[in-house]
Design a protein around this ligand. Structure first.
Ligand SMILES: [Zn+2]
Length: 121
């Protein structure tokens, strides 16, 4: 399945106009930090392809923070042993999720770059 590049909202006929930095240098293709899809950034600091991706990223971050907060509060209240090791396990789980997601991103990027090299859109 060919990878289609995400275009920013309201691009329409002004694609070239919207992707020119003040100095007139067009912003190149970037890859979304959340889904790995290639996209043309509308702003210099844009790292997500869409609002949904930005929200997903922040929801996951907040969910993880809440999980660690709940764990830490419970750990401190009970003053149990092995809490630090358990906290490390939680964090290692987050890191494993991130590695899996980044591996998928690398596949998407590789496929997209191959597609561009081969001359398809
Ligand atoms: Zn995305």
């Amino acid at each position: 399945m060919p990878i289609t590049i995400m275009k920013p909202r309201d691009v329409g006929k002004t694609l070239d106009m919207q992707h020119i930095k003040p100095k007139g240098i067009p912003l190149g293709i970037r890859y979304c930090q959340e889904c790995g899809a290639p996209f043309y950034p509308a702003r210099q600091d844009q790292v997500f392809c869409a609002t949904a991706c930005r929200r997903n990223h922040h929801h996951r971050r907040e969910g993880r923070a809440a999980q660690l907060y709940d764990f830490a509060m419970n750990w401190r209240a009970k003053r149990g042993r092995g809490g630090f090791a358990e906290m490390c396990q939680i964090i290692d789980g987050f890191r494993a999720e991130d590695r899996t997601r980044k591996a998928k991103h690398a596949e998407i990027r590789k496929a997209y770059e191959k597609q561009r090299k081969d001359g398809s859109p």
